[in-house]
Design a protein around this ligand. Structure first.
Ligand code: LMR
Length: 435
């Protein structure tokens, strides 16, 4: 086993020890680990010790194309062996993740690296954005990724500057956000997080792939997604999503439980509107084994009240149990949301996503991010489902969540380029976790 040692003179910035897979004879092919901008370090004479998997590499080359991002041993690229090249792997996909040292990411990143999300033939580069405060934890995450020896994981970069980390990103999973602190007004929360997402939108606009797909998870995710897309005018607004898939999954689970069926029998579940306690889990269009839910579950009171509230407030109930927000199920729902965009939607079904309203067929206000039923051909894009029915109950609920999204939008006018903000949020506006 070879050990590479980096002295401070070879480093642009001092660096603390990290275990990195590297060996001059044997190593991962084209597997790089970059450290982008990072907080100042006190540790000098850092040593990078390198463990390897055998049998993959023939030659070692200096990578001259990424000098601006990497230093020392992190700039080393390994040539693929001839037999490796015959593998029918797709072109590398670059995925940026913010809040990468947090709990949700700690579940998500390993799913991404394993191939569970983009498929077993899709090599992946992970670019991880953390904060100055979380930087050590971010290194810990990267070390665990290394130690997992995922064959598909070809590059890992960590940093605290979105303009560096989002470079060439084809997917940006924006998870990091500030939680609402004690005594914090919702308007303050919208503003604090809005600033983060405005900055990240600008960074994406400047450095990401022109067709980057953006999944906003950090709450309040609908409004954060709107702020982000408004600050990224060179990226199609259609590419931005606010995660409501967790709510859809929760709704499917509750319907399955009530009907006494396995949850794979439940389809066509839409979450309309905001990821908040005004969201509308739609049981009118939902089906169980192709039969309308209302014909299988005839307890209308349960559907209108118990079911609806249970889904709306599930996040809060979980927080009371856990003492923190849902993390694993959120990560799973991010996987589901991405997979819904990169695999064709099963015939007749659809999935929920918070997307930009721009000519929607449902009469929902334009120029907001609103969860609606979507279908994809598996190319990363989607279309809104047209075969949806409404009744008065559904319409009335949609109006309420729409009013909330519009009120949130007015609160962040200063961040979306609309001028001054005017915050008159309905009193009961809450994240699922806030009650
Ligand atoms: C959830 O739905 O579990 C979270 O969005 C809750 C929260 O407020 O963080």
């Amino acid at each position: 086993m070879a050990l590479s040692e980096l002295s401070p003179t070879t480093l642009k910035t001092p660096f603390i020890p990290s275990q990195l897979s590297l060996n001059s004879k044997h190593s991962y092919t084209n597997h790089r680990f970059h450290v982008l901008s990072q907080p100042p370090r006190l540790v000098q004479n850092a040593k990078i010790s390198c463990s390897v998997t055998p049998n993959q590499v023939q030659t070692l080359q200096k990578d001259t194309t990424t000098k601006s991002e990497c230093f020392g041993v992190f700039c080393v690229t390994y040539e693929l062996k001839e037999e490796e090249k015959t593998k029918s792997w797709k072109k590398l996909v670059t995925v940026a993740v913010s809040g990468a040292a947090g709990m949700i990411s700690n579940h998500l990143l390993f799913k991404l690296a394993s191939g569970e999300v983009f498929g077993p033939d899709q090599p992946i580069a992970l670019k991880l954005l953390g904060s100055e405060r979380s930087f050590q934890a971010l290194e810990g995450v990267a070390m665990e990724l290394e130690d997992s020896l995922y064959p598909l994981l070809r590059q890992v970069s960590i940093g605290i500057d979105p303009y560096e980390v989002f470079q060439d990103a084809e997917w940006a999973l924006l998870i990091g956000a500030k939680p609402r602190g004690p005594g914090m007004e919702r308007a303050d929360l919208l503003d604090i997080n809005g600033q983060i997402f405005a900055e990240q939108g600008r960074a994406l606009n400047t450095v990401a792939s022109r067709n980057v797909k953006v999944m906003v998870v950090g709450n309040p995710c609908n409004t954060n997604a709107l702020i982000c897309l408004k600050n990224a005018p060179n990226i199609p607004a259609k590419n931005f999503h606010a995660l409501t898939r967790l709510d859809e999954n929760r709704a499917k689970c509750q319907i399955a439980l009530k009907a006494g069926v396995f949850y794979d029998k439940v389809s066509n579940v839409t979450i309309w509107g905001n990821h908040s306690t005004t969201q509308v889990p739609d049981f009118l269009n939902a089906e169980i084994s192709g039969i309308p839910v209302k014909e299988v579950i005839t307890d209308t009171k349960w559907l209108e009240k118990d079911f609806t509230e249970r889904v709306q407030k599930r996040g809060g109930v979980l927080i009371k149990k856990w003492g923190r927000s849902s993390a694993a199920s959120t990560a799973v729902s991010i996987v589901d949301a991405i997979r819904s965009l990169v695999t064709p939607t099963p015939k007749g079904d659809w999935f929920s996503s918070g997307v930009y309203t721009n000519g929607n067929p449902y009469g929902i206000a334009e120029d907001i991010v609103f969860s609606m039923p979507c279908r994809s051909e598996g190319n990363g894009d989607y279309e809104l489902a047209a075969d949806v029915i409404f009744d008065d109950f559904l319409r009335e609920r949609i109006k309420k969540t729409e009013a909330e999204v519009l009120a949130e939008k007015r609160c962040v006018g200063h961040l979306t380029g609309e001028g001054n903000a005017y915050c008159d949020l309905p009193g009961d506006t809450m994240l699922p976790g806030e009650q």
